[in-house]
Design a protein around this ligand. Structure first.
Ligand code: PHE
Length: 345
């Protein structure tokens, strides 16, 4: 886990509240509001040191600025991390304390930042956060929100994969393609079902061996988590936690392309150039994973119908095509597009 030491502080704001009820550090980073209100999910996760959570929130907030700018949204990037001292699941009462503390911290920013579900939180949690602030997205429809965004996120990933395949393999159709999917969480589960019914030859893994039943149900081959990244195939889809693509892993990859929704897949910026030099076509995760935030903010902040918001999500395909046609490294092209949009704002 990289530490914050030595980073230049390019964020607009970093607040760390000691939760009044939970006593836990609630860190919110607002990276940019240049294009509008900062948005980004709330991560509840165990970190060995709470300062690792602060380092993570800074990186994740910055990625949200990149994500919202490339997606053309009138929003900026922010994120919330609550660093849990142990990996043990929270009791319902404890969870409620943490989420109310998150709500207070979000509210204290007065609308500069809105939160949503992320690793460790879901739509039901946003109802609790929403007791303290109106800036909580993706509450279930019966609570006035746009609901679970993992389906729309998966739609966006599939649109990105289609555009990638058209460019790299000559057809947007994944039938017969050898795909390795890492992570069968909410988004990964949608992807496993969709890719398998579209005829891909699917290999999957998850850190939870209990997910093997899903692999069997969709006719996928199961591999051990540490073997998945280097399995031979056409396309690798990271849908678990970040940091998969490191300088050590890149030389071992045996796939032609990598595209998935996991946030912050690279251990460092220079890994994008390594991938490009090795001839592995990597789509930046901020481009691929934007479906959830496009959908949630589209419905809740821009008044779009679910259908219109999903059509915008599918627009990720056109964005990917544009980035791939620019030539060079997709990361460089996507960053250039984000910069252009941030300068124009
Ligand atoms: N996990 C989503 C993201 O970081 C969070 C989100 C979804 C935020 C929808 C707002 C609306 O992209």
């Amino acid at each position: 886990m990289p530490s914050v030491t030595g980073m230049t502080f390019e964020h607009e704001q970093l607040t760390i509240h000691k939760g009044q009820r939970s006593g836990l550090p609630v860190a919110i980073a607002v990276h940019s509001t240049t294009r509008g209100m900062a948005v980004g999910g709330c991560r509840l996760k165990h970190y060995a040191d709470w300062r690792d959570g602060v380092a993570d929130v800074l990186r994740l907030a910055e990625a949200m600025t990149y994500k919202t700018a490339v997606a053309g949204l009138p929003h900026g990037g922010g994120k919330t991390v609550v660093a849990l001292p142990t990996a043990a699941p929270l009791s319902p009462a404890r969870r409620r304390e943490v989420l109310l503390d998150v709500g207070d911290a979000v509210e204290s920013l007065g609308g500069r930042y809105g939160t949503g579900p992320d690793v460790g939180t879901g739509p039901a949690d946003m109802v609790t956060v929403g007791e303290r602030t109106r800036w909580a997205f993706c509450r279930p429809a019966e609570h006035g929100g746009s609901g679970d965004s993992s389906g729309p996120t998966a739609e966006g990933v599939l649109a990105a994969i289609g555009a990638l395949c058209a460019h790299r393999f000559g057809s947007a159709d994944v039938a017969g393609l050898r795909v390795t999917l890492i992570g069968l969480g909410n988004v990964g589960t949608h992807l496993a079902k969709a890719l398998s019914s579209a005829g891909a030859t699917l290999t999957v893994t998850d850190v939870d061996p209990g997910r093997r039943a899903l692999a069997d149900a969709v006719g996928a081959t199961w591999v051990a988590p540490d073997e998945a990244a280097t399995a031979p195939g056409d396309l690798l889809v990271p849908a678990a936690l970040g940091g998969l693509l490191s300088p050590d892993v890149v030389p071992l990859l045996r796939c032609a392309a990598v595209a998935g929704p996991a946030n912050n897949q690279l251990t460092g910026e220079h890994v994008a150039a390594m991938l490009h030099e090795r001839g592995v076509l990597w789509l930046p995760d901020p481009v691929v994973s934007a479906g959830g935030v496009i959908y949630g903010t589209g419905v809740e902040l821009r008044g779009l119908s679910p259908e219109a918001a999903l059509a915008e999500v599918r627009g990720i395909g056109a964005t990917v095509t544009r980035i791939l046609r620019a030539g060079g490294s997709p990361h460089a092209a996507a960053k250039a597009l984000a910069r252009e949009r941030l300068t124009a704002a």
